[in-house]
Ligand binder design. Structure first.
Ligand code: ES4
Ligand code: ZN
Length: 330
């Protein structure tokens, strides 16, 4: 069996996915027309052609603008349902989905609009595809900590359906320490904690995420390799890293996938996972990320299986469910 067939057949979990980053040019076009919104593009092809980023900020500018077509509950349902349909095609059986409330509340669209849309799609995905899913509410780090506190407060009616709290958006200049207090409160409320760190930011930001935010996982974290002590700590404690290969390539975190360190991190025993980040912007959903790695690096069948096992092991699923999923990987 070819590696791509093995990848296709393996049950997998996805742990680093921004739902707003799964908006296809087709759905963006459709929703713009539905709401009579004028996009700065004349066709679906022109939208796709605009996705030429050189770093995180140039991506974020287009990503926040694209999210402007999401207006009513059905739009958020359609966004999430389209992602679940791709999960089903890729044999993703569990997914932990990040959403950015501030991207929507800043436009006057509140939790009572997007949460019912998300939750309805999640229920339907469980019923129709057998896919389980969790929600990770992420704070935008370029905004002040007071905004994150207001977001945590606004989310109160939905605490029971949110599993984790995360930190995303522009990393450089916005270290985890800026959000120490709000994450202390989120942890006290019982949420799992994740944070983007060590994508564009230095290893010190990963230390801060671990020491000050008490994260359960690091999103990206690929720059941990620049600090030997940090690598040893992450390995010894099996802190999961949710790595996103095609994202790293598209945002020039690496200039060639053949130079990506994910395989050496895996071989050293770190708890690394493969994820798609913002699949419609970065050129591929989950299986595309696995396949791109296989094309660029000496990835074996054993590596692929270990990555699939890690995807469940690093998830927030209860231990017995993790083990059930892992038992299906031979
Ligand atoms: C993001 Cl820091 C980062 N990376 C990828 N996608 C994102 N969406 C919001 N922040
Ligand atoms: Zn991300």
């Amino acid at each position: 069996m070819s590696l791509s067939t093995i990848i296709q057949k393996l049950p997998k979990a996805e742990l680093h996915l921004h739902i707003e980053g799964s908006l296809t040019p087709e759905l963006m076009w459709h929703l713009a027309s539905k709401h009579s919104i004028t996009l700065p593009y004349k066709s679906i092809e022109e939208i796709a052609a605009a996705y030429q980023f050189t770093n995180l900020q140039s991506f974020l500018d287009i990503y926040y603008a694209g999210a402007g077509v999401l207006i009513d509950e059905d739009d958020f349902y359609a966004l999430m349902w389209a992602y679940f349909t791709r999960c089903h095609e890729d044999n993703v059986v569990h997914t932990e989905i990040m959403f950015d409330p501030q991207t929507h509340t800043a436009r006057g669209i509140g939790f009572d609009v997007f949460m019912p849309g998300f939750l309805r799609a999640m229920k339907d995905a469980q019923k129709q595809y057998g896919i389980s899913s969790y929600l990770i509410m992420s704070f935008l780090r370029h905004l002040p900590e007071s905004d994150a506190f207001a977001t945590l407060e606004a989310a109160k009616p939905y605490y029971s359906v949110i599993d984790a709290v995360g930190l995303d958006s522009s990393e450089l200049g916005h270290p985890p320490s800026k959000f120490e207090r709000v994450f202390r409160e989120a942890r006290a409320l019982g949420f799992k904690i994740v944070a983007h760190a060590g994508e564009e930011g230095p290893p010190e930001y990963i230390w801060e995420a671990l020491d000050l935010l008490n994260v359960d996982r690091i999103d990206h974290g690929v720059r941990c390799q620049e600090d030997e002590k940090l690598m040893a700590y992450i390995n010894a404690n099996q802190i999961p890293l949710t790595v996103c290969p095609l994202s790293n390539l598209k945002l020039c975190v690496v200039d060639d996938l053949a130079k990506h360190n994910i395989l050496s991190l895996l071989d050293e025993g770190l708890m690394v996972t493969v994820n798609s980040d913002d699949p419609t912007y970065f050129g591929g959903f989950l299986n595309d990320n696995y396949i791109a790695l296989c094309d660029a690096l000496p990835v074996t069948e054993a590596h692929v299986k270990q990555l699939a096992i890690n995807s469940f092991a690093a998830s927030f699923l209860p231990d017995d469910i993790k083990q059930q999923h892992i038992a299906h990987i031979h």
